[in-house]
Design a protein around this ligand. Structure first.
Ligand code: PA5
Length: 444
C-alpha cells in the first residue's frame, strides 16, 4: 500500500488552502474517472492492473522459457522514453545491487538496455558484449518509427541474423497492433509480437507488455506487481479524502500555484530507486510541462547527493519542494560492529543497523530542509518489492493525471517532443524533409 504523509508541509500551508486544492483535485479526479477530459482516448492505463489477462503473462513466460532452452544469457531491451524507463526502473529496483559481479549460476539472463541514446560508443561497446554472449532482443516502440531504437535494432538484428540460425526466434517486437515500420518489419520477418494498446501512451505503459515482458525476462514476478497496482487502482480512483493520489496532487499543485514552488525533487534514500526517479521525471515532465506551465521534475539520491546537491537544496533559490519515497524496511541486515580501538570514532554506532543511520539521516534532512524553506511530501512503501513497485506506478500515474487536470493541461499528449525530431530529420536529410533541410541549412 502506498501512503502519503503531508506533515512536512504543515508549517508552510494553511488548512483552508489545502482544502481548496483538495476540492480542485476531486473535480480533476472526477474528470479522470468519467473519461470526460482532454486526452481521454489515452485512459487505458487506469484499468491495466484489473484487466490484464493471465494469458498475457503466460505469453511473456513462454518467451522466457523458450530463450532459457536456447541458453540465452543476455537480453537486449531496445526502447526509449516510455518504451524503456518503466522496465528499467523495475529491474534496477528488484535486482541485487551487484548481480553482475556475483559469481554463481544466474537464474535469469542479464537484461541490458539500448536504443535510448544515439551514442556510437555505446552501441559499439554493447556489440562487444553481445559478441561474447548468447543473445536475444526485445525491440519496443509504440509508434514503430522512433529513430534511436530503430538504429540500435538495425545493428543488433544484423548481428543476430549473422550469428544464429534461429534468428527470428530470438527477436520479439512490442509495437502498435497495425501501423508503423516496426510492425511491418516484424510481420514480414515472422517475429513474435506483443501489442501496445492504442489507449495507453508510452509513459503510462509500464504495466503493458512494454514493461511486463522485460520484467518477466529478468526473473521478476509481474503477477505481484499487478496485484500491488490493483490495490492502488482502487485506492487512487476512490472519491474519498484518504485517496493518496488525490492528496499528493492537491498538495503539489498548492505549493506550485500559491507558493511559487516550481521545482519538485523526487528523493530516494536507496540507490535501487534511482530509476524510479528517471521514470517519474518522464511521467510528470512530459505530462505537465506544456503551455508554459508545469512543475519541473528533478530527482536526487540521498544521502549520495546530499554531498553534491544538498547545499543548493538547503540554501539556494527557494523554488522547490521535495517528495521523499520513504521505504519503511530494509530487506537485508547489516549491524555496525564495535572496534576496541575506535580509531574511526564510530563506536557510538556499534550495535545499530546501517538502515537506522539512513533513517536518522532522512529525518535530520527533513527537519533541515523544512527549516530551510523546502516543504516535504512523503510517499511511503513498506519495502522494495514487486508488489509495492506496482503500487507506486499506479499511484504516480493517477496522481499525474489528477495534477495535470488541476493545472488545466492534457496529461496524455507530448506535442513538444516533435520539435527536435523535425530538426534532426531535416539535418539528416530524411526523405520527405527536403524543404526543412533547405530551411535549416540556411540557418546554420
Ligand atoms: O511517453 C511517450 O509517449 C514517449 O516517451 C515515448 O514513449 C517515446 O518517445 C518512445 O516512443 P515509441 O514507443 O513510439 O518509440
Amino acid at each position: 500500500m502506498v501512503k502519503v504523509n503531508l506533515g512536512g508541509c504543515s508549517s508552510f500551508v494553511k488548512d483552508a488552502d489545502y482544502k481548496e486544492y483538495v476540492a480542485k483535485a476531486f473535480k480533476a479526479l472526477e474528470v479522470l474517472n468519467s473519461g470526460s477530459g482532454a486526452g481521454n482516448d489515452f485512459l487505458g492505463w487506469r484499468h491495466l492492473p484489473s484487466e490484464t489477462p493471465e494469458s498475457l503473462i503466460a505469453e511473456c513466460e513462454a518467451i522466457r522459457d523458450c530463450w532459457k532452452e536456447k541458453g540465452v544469457d543476455l537480453v537486449v531491451v531496445i526502447g526509449i522514453g516510455g518504451s524503456y524507463l518503466g522496465a528499467r526502473c523495475a529491474i534496477e529496483a528488484l535486482s541485487h545491487n551487484f548481480a553482475k559481479q556475483l559469481s554463481g549460476k544466474k537464474a535469469a539472463p542479464e537484461v541490458v538496455f539500448a536504443g535510448n541514446n544515439l551514442s556510437e560508443e555505446y552501441i559499439a561497446e554493447l556489440m562487444d558484449l553481445v559478441a561474447e554472449r548468447n543473445t536475444a532482443t526485445v525491440v519496443i516502440s509504440k509508434s514503430g518509427t522512433t529513430t534511436e531504437p530503430a538504429v540500435a535494432f538495425r545493428v543488433i538484428k544484423e548481428h543476430i541474423e549473422k550469428t544464429y540460425k534461429d534468428a527470428s526466434e530470438r527477436i520479439v517486437a512490442i509495437t502498435d497492433a497495425k501501423k508503423g515500420a516496426l510492425k511491418t518489419l516484424a510481420t514480414q520477418e515472422g517475429y513474435k509480437t506483443f501489442v501496445v494498446p492504442d489507449n495507453v501512451g508510452g509513459r503510462y505503459s509500464v504495466l503493458t507488455p512494454v514493461g511486463l515482458l522485460p520484467i518477466v525476462l529478468a526473473g521478476f514476478d509481474v503477477r505481484e506487481m499487478l496485484a500491488g497496482a490493483k490495490e492502488m487502482e482502487d485506492a487512487c480512483s476512490a472519491m474519498t479524502e484518504d485517496n493518496p493520489a488525490l492528496q499528493y496532487a492537491a498538495m503539489r499543485n498548492l505549493l506550485y500555484s500559491e507558493f511559487g514552488k516550481k521545482v519538485e525533487i523526487l528523493v530516494a534514500y536507496n540507490p535501487k530507486l534511482q530509476y524510479l526517479g528517471e521514470w517519474w521525471k518522464q511521467l510528470f515532465g512530459e505530462s505537465e510541462g506544456k503551455e508554459l506551465k508545469g512543475i519541473f521534475p528533478a530527482s536526487v539520491n540521498f544521502t549520495t547527493d546530499l554531498h553534491s546537491m544538498g547545499q543548493f537544496i538547503q540554501e539556494g533559490e527557494r523554488i522547490m519542494f521535495e517528495t521523499v519515497v520513504n521505504v519503511e524496511k530494509s530487506s537485508r541486515s547489516v549491524v555496525i560492529g564495535s572496534d576496541p580501538q575506535n580509531l574511526d570514532q564510530l563506536n557510538y554506532l556499534a550495535g545499530l543497523h546501517v538502515e537506522h543511520c539512513n533513517a536518522m539521516a532522512q529525518l535530520g534532512t527533513k527537519l533541515a530542509h523544512i527549516d530551510g524553506g523546502v516543504p516535504q511530501l512523503e510517499v511511503s512503501i513498506e519495502s522494495i518489492s514487486a508488489f509495492n513497485l506496482g503500487g507506486l506506478f499506479q499511484f504516480f500515474e493517477y496522481a499525474c493525471g489528477i495534477s495535470a487536470y488541476v493545472l488545466g493541461i492534457n496529461p496524455f499528449n507530448q506535442p513538444g517532443v516533435e520539435a527536435y525530431k523535425k530538426n534532426m530529420f531535416a539535418l539528416l536529410e530524411k526523405p520527405g524533409y527536403e524543404e526543412q533541410t533547405k530551411a535549416i541549412k540556411a540557418r546554420l
